[in-house]
Write a protein that binds this ligand. Structure first.
Ligand code: RIB
Length: 350
């Protein structure tokens, strides 16, 4: 068994006192940046882990798994987390919930913390490509499963919905409704789900014989209702002849924010502006104007991902799997254009 690297080893490597290393770990705000950088470099080189993880190494593996999500305030992730917790509880495991806020640095800090806590495994919806960090977790015996994103080439398990197909379903529905000026309301362009949903939206335009350049894109720095309100204000302030007649929002929170902005500005939905979201969270159906949405099986995503992780941790014969669910379109008042949609209950499987 490799000797456990001590805080003293880190201090010697960084040429600082043990107390300084302790400050970097516990009170980083009082340490000069240059010193902090030297200590963190020594920690990385020596692969130092803190005492509590060394204790757990001696006492056996912890009974926890980590779940890192982009936005804990988004009901999509709340429903996914519920599925994770249900599966973890069945396996007598607890869940450590981490909220990255879409910030790569915050996500990295949480991954380091979960490493220190020696969790059995990590479920993550990554902000961007954290390949090096996720690979290092695996090297340290911590399994990783991607949630709401597909892994590449089967290098790890993943559970997601076919977001390209989901984006296509959303815009095909708007095109079938006769809309000619369609907008895409997206979040941070670097997030894979946003990229995939936009790709699907463009595919729907091509299949309808339309130029993808006609799909007018509005981006925001967030995937929140406030972001939806900001994009709604931008759209509302366009000259009427230029304003889109329909908008596909990359998730329901944005769509609900945009609906609120349209309502506040007296814009008729769906008459002047049809709206469709993505996730089909509970609030989509209870909104004042019920929201059409592309459904993601949120609880099932969480259960499935947690079960894959637990199997990888406990089953030596585990084989990686990429599970992709099919999206479903649910048509409601915010985009219904004919009695056909409302009569059919509006559910179309992708
Ligand atoms: O995970 C990124 C986005 O995909 C989240 O905003 C969530 O709503 C899902 O749709």
């Amino acid at each position: 068994m490799e000797p456990v690297i001590s805080i003293r080893d880190v201090a010697e490597r960084a040429k600082v006192s043990v107390g300084t290393v302790s400050n970097v770990l516990n009170r980083p705000h009082i340490v000069a940046d240059a010193t902090k950088a030297r200590v963190h470099e020594a920690i990385k080189e020596l692969e130092f882990v803190r005492n509590e993880s060394a204790r757990q190494l001696r006492a056996g593996a912890s009974r926890t798994i980590g779940l890192v999500v982009l936005d804990v305030a988004n009901p999509f992730f709340t429903d996914v987390a519920r599925g994770v917790e249900d599966a973890a509880n069945e396996a007598d495991l607890a869940v450590i919930l981490c909220n990255s806020d879409g910030d790569p640095a915050k996500e990295a800090r949480y991954l380091d913390l979960l490493d220190e806590q020696r969790v059995r495994g990590v479920l993550i919806t990554p902000v961007g490509a954290q390949d090096e960090r996720l690979a290092r977790l695996r090297q340290r015996g911590i399994s990783v499963v991607l949630l709401d994103q597909r892994s590449r080439a089967g290098d790890r398990c993943s559970v997601a919905v076919d977001d390209v197909r989901g984006g296509e379903l959303a815009v095909a529905h708007l095109l079938e409704g006769g809309h000619t000026r369609i907008a895409f309301a997206g979040g941070p362009p670097g997030i894979q789900q946003v990229k995939d949903r936009f790709s699907g939206a463009k595919r729907a335009m091509r299949k309808a014989g339309r130029d993808t350049a006609e799909l007018r894109r509005f981006d925001d720095i967030a995937l929140s209702s406030a972001a939806g309100r900001r994009i709604g204000a931008t759209i509302a302030e366009l000259p009427s002849g230029e304003r889109p007649t329909a908008v596909f929002c990359v998730n329901d929170l944005m769509a609900l924010g945009l609906l609120a902005e349209a309502s506040q500005r007296g814009i008729d939905v769906p008459g002047e502006l049809a709206v469709i979201g993505y996730d089909d969270i509970e609030f989509a159906s209870t909104s004042t104007i019920s929201l059409s949405s592309v459904r993601q099986p949120r609880h099932e995503l969480g259960v499935t991902a947690a079960k894959l992780l637990i199997d990888e941790v406990e089953n030596d014969a585990h084989e990686h799997r990429r599970i992709v669910f099919r999206p479903e379109l649910t048509v409601r008042a915010s985009s219904a254009v004919t009695t056909r949609d409302s009569a059919a209950g509006g559910r179309v499987t992708g």
